[in-house]
Design a protein around this ligand. Structure first.
Ligand code: HEC
Length: 102
């Protein structure tokens, strides 16, 4: 019996299409990879690094602008992600941040 490449490719595709249903949203993955070390898993902010908690009343538009442009006024700088993340990625990570707020 001989496996065809098409069969292998089709089963890989099936696996990769099924995975996102079980995995977290892209925003969650980006947050864990790029933001959590400063902002912590619950968004409360790494106190040792002087990162404040996300403001509970900030609009999504404000959070998106802050993520794109960065903030350089505080003791620790919030990096600017414009050009590093796509607009779609920034929107999805901010959507995820909004879910962290209690
Ligand atoms: C090097 C540490 C660091 C990393 C990494 C980091 N941030 Fe920040 N972030 C900060 C700091 C510090 C502030 C607060 C800046 C200030 O107000 O002076 C901040 C503020 C923010 C704010 C504004 C919060 C508010 O309530 O107004 C948003 C939104 C934000 N970060 C999103 C993100 C996202 C999204 C990522 C990952 C893609 C990220 N940050 C990665 C340090 C970081």
């Amino acid at each position: 019996m001989k496996f065809s490449l098409v069969t292998v490719a089709a089963s890989l595709l099936a696996v990769s299409m099924a995975t996102p249903v079980l995995a977290q949203s892209p925003g969650a993955a980006i947050y864990k990879g790029k933001c959590q070390m400063c902002h912590l898993a619950d968004g409360s902010g790494n106190k040792a690094m002087k990162v404040p908690a996300f403001s509970a009343d900030a609009s999504a538009a404000t959070l998106i602008a802050d993520t794109k442009n960065g903030i350089s006024t505080g003791p620790v700088k919030m990096p600017a992600y414009a050009g590093k993340l796509t607009d779609a990625d920034i929107t999805s990570v901010v959507t995820y941040i909004k879910t962290l707020k209690k």
